[in-house]
Design a protein around this ligand. Structure first.
Ligand code: HEM
Length: 307
C-alpha cells in the first residue's frame, strides 16, 4: 500500500509558490527534530483553516543532513546534486540542506504556512534563499512559452513521482530537484519567433510540438525527451514557476521523481549534449544559479522521528 505522501507533490499547478532553502544549525539538531516531527501537522492545520486556498507543501532534506535525523536507514537514491559542464555551461550543487516547497492559490496563506514552519524550527535553521513564484499568464515561463504541457497526467503522476516497492522503507517519498535559473531576457527577445520556437521545439502562441523530424538536436524538448533501453519514456513531474523583480527574472525549476537518476540523465543531456556534443540551446539564454537535490519523505517518517 502506498504510504501517505506529502501534499506538495501530486496536485496540478498552483497560482503561487514559495521555494525556501535552509542550512541546519548543527548545535540545534534536537530543536530541528521536534519541529520536523510536528511539521506535517502544521501544514495540515493551516490547510484545513483555509480550504479555498488549496494549500500544499513538501518538506525535505538533502544527503548531508539526512543521517543527523535518521542514522538507521537512508533513501536509496539520496545523493549530492550532480556536476556537469561543457565549454559554456556548468551546473553544480549549491548551499541548501532543508527545503520547504509551499504552494497555493493564495499568497497570504502561503506566507502564513512559511512563517508557522519557520517559527517551529525556532533558531535551528539558517535561511539560504527564499524565492517567491507566480503563475504567469496561462502557465508560461517568462520566455513566453507554456511550461508543463508534457507533464504526466492522472494516476501516472503518482507512478512517476512516488517511490514504490523498490525501496520499501521509503515508499510514498519523492526526490525533489531544484534549480534557480536567471534569464537573459534582453538577449532572448532579440531572437526572432522562429529561432525561439526552434530552441524549444514547440510553437510559442499555439503551444504545439514540432514533428520529431523537424526538431533540432539542440532543442530543449529534444534534449529532455529520453527513453530507457526498452524504449519507454523517462518522465519527471515538473512544478517549475517563474519569479521576477524589475532587475532579475527567471524560472525556479522544480521536479519530483521516484528516482533522481532520470532528472540527472536529462540534465546531463542538456549540458553535455548527445554524442556529437549538441547541447540544449535554451541554456544560452539562462544561467543556473543554484542546484539542490532533496528527499521528500512520506508523512509517516516525520511521526517516527521522536520514537
Ligand atoms: C519541457 C521550459 C529546464 C525538463 C519544457 C517546455 C518548456 C520548458 C517551455 C515545453 C512544454 C512542456 O512540456 O513543459 C524550461 C525552462 C527551463 C527548463 C525555461 C530553465 C530555464 C529544464 C530542466 C529539465 C527540464 C533543468 C530537467 C533536467 C523538461 C522536460 C520537458 C520539458 C522533461 C518535457 C519534454 C517533452 O517530453 O516534450 N521545458 N525548462 N527542463 N522540460 Fe524544461
Amino acid at each position: 500500500m502506498t504510504q501517505a505522501y506529502q501534499t506538495g507533490i501530486i496536485p496540478e499547478a498552483s497560482s503561487d509558490a514559495l521555494f525556501i532553502t535552509f542550512n541546519l544549525v548543527r548545535d540545534r539538531i534536537a530543536q530541528a527534530k521536534h519541529a520536523l516531527a510536528s511539521s506535517t501537522d502544521i501544514v495540515h492545520d493551516i490547510a484545513q483553516q483555509f480550504p479555498d486556498a488549496a494549500l500544499y507543501a513538501s518538506i525535505g532534506l538533502n544527503h548531508a543532513i539526512w543521517p543527523l535525523f535518521d542514522n538507521t536507514k537512508k533513501p536509496q537514491g539520496l545523493a549530492p546534486f550532480p556536476h556537469f559542464k561543457n565549454q559554456q555551461i556548468e551546473v553544480n550543487e549549491t548551499a541548501g540542506e532543508l527545503v520547504f516547497h509551499i504552494r497555493s492559490m493564495r499568497r497570504d496563506v502561503s506566507y502564513q504556512l512559511a512563517n508557522a514552519l519557520f517559527q517551529a524550527f525556532d533558531k535551528s535553521l539558517e535561511l539560504v534563499e527564499e524565492v517567491s513564484c507566480f503563475k504567469y499568464l496561462d502557465n508560461r515561463d517568462l520566455t513566453g512559452f507554456v511550461d508543463g504541457t508534457e507533464n504526466p497526467e492522472g494516476e501516472k503522476r503518482k507512478q512517476v513521482a512516488l517511490v514504490g516497492a523498490e525501496d520499501p522503507d521509503f515508499e510514498g517519498g519523492s526526490y525533489l530537484n531544484l534549480m534557480r535559473f536567471v534569464h537573459d531576457l534582453d538577449k532572448w527577445e532579440h531572437q526572432d519567433l522562429k529561432s525561439q520556437e526552434d530552441i524549444y521545439g514547440r510553437t510559442k502562441y499555439s503551444n504545439e510540438e514540432y514533428a520529431a523530424s523537424q526538431k533540432s538536436p539542440h532543442a530543449h524538448t529534444k534534449r529532455t525527451s529520453l527513453k530507457d533501453s526498452n524504449g519507454q519514456s523517462l518522465e519527471i513531474l515538473r512544478h517549475s514557476m517563474p519569479f521576477a523583480s524589475l532587475t532579475e527574472k527567471g524560472l525556479m525549476f522544480a521536479s519530483y521523481s521516484k528516482t533522481p537518476n532520470i532528472f540527472n540523465q536529462m540534465l546531463e543531456s542538456m549540458v553535455k549534449g548527445d554524442e556529437q556534443g549538441h547541447y540544449d540551446h535554451l541554456m544560452r539564454f539562462t544561467t543556473a544559479h543554484t542546484g539542490n537535490a532533496f528527499f521528500i519523505p512520506a508523512t509517516r517518517w516525520f511521526t517516527t522521528l521522536l520514537d
